[in-house]
Design a protein around this ligand. Structure first.
Ligand SMILES: Cc1cc2nc3c(=O)[nH]c(=O)nc-3n(C[C@H](O)[C@H](O)[C@H](O)COP(=O)(O)OP(=O)(O)OC[C@H]3O[C@@H](n4cnc5c(N)ncnc54)[C@H](O)[C@@H]3O)c2cc1C
Length: 299
């Protein structure tokens, strides 16, 4: 990593750490170090961090809650912008909610429901950050975050842009927001309902998840559902439930989950992903597409 990045981050006053392990910042708990991980606390610090990156031309990535990520064991010789400290949320009387990119989705949903605002309650079981949810167009039970979006503020090395959601394309578990462009905040529009009704609903949704998904360290569904099919069912039908590689296992409860049970290495998880994809292609004739992001050193 270009040492000028360190000097420049010092100079602009953005906190950072060197050789910071991804295993500490991902729900799967695997992955080697990021050469430099910056922790901007405000949108101005985010702007400065991305300007440093642009001036020096170093490769970079944007890290949210790390709940949809598998990072290679060798880590990344890159500048990683961790949004965790940008987590301001404003629930307004007009039913709009402004949430910064690093705000936690579940906490934001619970806060809106307690204040009597309906519209994003289906996202109550989705870990990770608001920015990650926007980029991934995260969702559940027929809802996707793009359904409620009113505005998105993104930053790249040229500064900030405020766009209505129509400025971007959103699809099943993805969007046209380019890799490396940071979602600094989103605004969603909600409607009035009774807090007690909403709280009951989110408790039920949480119970439903607890019944159908494994606990422990995982990254949610690893493959997208192919049109009209369920990736978990396909993996189950080729007999891979419970298959282990090192400390990682294909969940016996839900075959689209890989769980880090005993100090798994990234390689264990990647080996299971390959095995699942190859077995389903060979035996069921279906090409599975990754939902988790796999971060490897760039070629
Ligand atoms: C137990 C469990 C259950 C889950 N259930 C669901 C579910 O029901 N539905 C669902 O959709 N997902 C689910 N997920 C997956 C995951 O929570 C979502 O994809 C989530 O939106 C990822 O957000 P994140 O902040 O953790 O992103 P990360 O994992 O940090 O990153 C994912 C991608 O988003 C990008 N990104 C993150 N933050 C930003 C930002 N501020 N600006 C620009 N790019 C950014 C990253 O560069 C990366 O490409 C689940 C995961 C777990 C562990």
């Amino acid at each position: 990593m270009d040492r000028r990045v360190i000097e420049a981050l010092h100079e602009v006053g953005v906190p950072f750490r060197e050789n910071e392990p991804f295993s500490r910042h991902t729900s799967m708990g695997v992955g080697g170090p990021a050469a430099v991980m910056a922790f901007p606390r405000t949108q101005e610090e985010l702007r400065k961090t991305l300007a440093v990156r642009g001036d020096l031309g170093v490769p970079h990535r944007i890290l949210g809650g790390g709940s949809n990520l598998v990072v290679a064991e060798e880590g990344l010789d890159e500048l990683v912008v961790n949004t965790a400290d940008m987590r301001h949320v404003e629930v307004r009387d007009d039913g709009t909610v402004l949430a910064e990119g690093g705000a936690n989705v579940i906490r934001t949903v619970v806060r809106c429901c307690r204040a009597g605002w309906r519209g994003i309650e289906s996202a109550v079981g989705i870990p990770g950050s608001i920015g990650g949810a926007a980029v991934m167009n995260a969702g559940a039970y027929g809802f996707s975050i793009s359904d409620a979006l009113e505005e998105i503020v993104v930053y790249d090395e040229n500064g900030a842009r405020t766009e209505p959601p129509e400025g971007w394309r959103f699809h099943y578990r993805g969007s046209s927001i380019p890799e490396g462009t940071a979602v600094a905040s989103i605004t969603v529009r909600l409607r009035r309902d009774e807090p007690a009704v909403l709280e009951k609903e989110i408790r039920e949704l949480q119970l439903q998840r607890a019944r159908s998904q494994p606990g422990g360290r995982n990254a949610g569904c690893v493959f997208k559902n192919p049109p009209g099919l369920h990736a978990g069912k396909l993996v189950d039908e080729v007999g891979l439930k419970g298959t282990r590689r090192g400390g990682a296992v294909i969940s016996a409860r839900h075959a689209n989950f890989i769980v880090n049970e005993h100090g798994a290495a990234a390689g264990d998880v990647l080996a299971l992903l390959d095995l699942m994809r190859e077995a389903v292609a060979k035996k069921a004739g279906v090409e599975l597409e990754l939902e988790v992001k796999v971060w490897r050193p760039r070629a």
